[in-house]
Design a protein around this ligand. Structure first.
Ligand code: ADP
Ligand code: ZN
Length: 217
């Protein structure tokens, strides 16, 4: 099954993706994670995309499409995959459709996480991530027991540079302008399903499994 997760920054796509990917045993492919890794390694690609990411702007479609073309060809995705943070523009949506068509595949379902803007601002503004194990904390809703330290592995927590207040506002603006239109694109194809993203992660997972009509525990 080939799935796409949609939703504004801070809607919980990453969290749901992790749960869903282990439940369905398909890889979680996050363009944000791929690009952050490239910038961390300082690769040529990483250097190209860094300025866009720091400002909360979208990386040009052509670059993203090349990255994805390579990624979805890998053997782990042959039985299905879960896309998180891609497609994010109409050209990207058209691009992935073309790519999949070549191997007689297609996107099956698009899950949209609905979350109020208020909630999004709180989630992103308070988000701290563990540098060791990647666990998420939130200063408002899920603070670590010891200041700036991971409850699970004791490593230091850090904040994503694009979670700075001005950048958050820009990411939301970009989302509305560039990404909202693809909801309609998938809705016209009858593939869009909306999910309440304000519930706890386990309830969201349960609802999603119901929507996909998969047995749930
Ligand atoms: P979020 O959804 O929280 O904004 P992501 O981790 O998905 O964060 O993306 C972080 C940044 O990486 C984006 O602001 C953008 O600069 C870049 N990026 C990720 N995916 C895409 C994409 N599909 N198209 C263009 N840029 C992207
Ligand atoms: Zn940790």
């Amino acid at each position: 099954m080939n799935l796409v997760l949609l939703g504004p920054p801070g809607s919980g796509k990453g969290t749901l993706a992790k749960l869903l990917s282990s439940e369905l045993k398909i890889p979680h492919i996050s363009t944000g994670d791929i690009l952050r890794e490239e910038t961390k390694l300082g690769t040529c690609l990483g250097k190209k995309v860094k300025p866009f990411m720091e400002k909360g702007e979208l990386v040009p479609d052509q670059i993203i499409l090349e990255v994805m073309k390579e990624r979805i060809r890998k053997p782990d995705g042959q039985k299905g995959f879960l896309l998180d943070g891609f497609p994010r523009t109409i050209p990207q949506a058209l691009g992935i459709d073309e790519m999949l068509k070549e191997s007689t595949k297609s996107i099956d379902w698009v899950l949209k996480l609905d979350v109020s803007e208020d909630r999004v601002l709180k989630r992103l503004g308070g988000r701290w991530i563990c540098s060791g194990c990647g666990a998420f904390f939130n200063l408002y809703t899920k603070p670590p027991q010891k200041e700036l330290t991971c409850d699970f592995c004791g490593s230091k927590l850090y904040q994503r540079p694009d979670d700075a207040p001005e950048v958050i506002l820009n990411r939301l603006k970009v989302y509305k302008e560039e990404t909202l239109p693809i909801e309609e694109y998938y809705s016209k194809q009858g593939k869009l399903r909306k999910v309440n993203g304000e519930l706890d992660p386990d309830s969201i997972l349960k609802n999603v499994l119901n929507i996909l009509q998969l047995k749930n525990k």
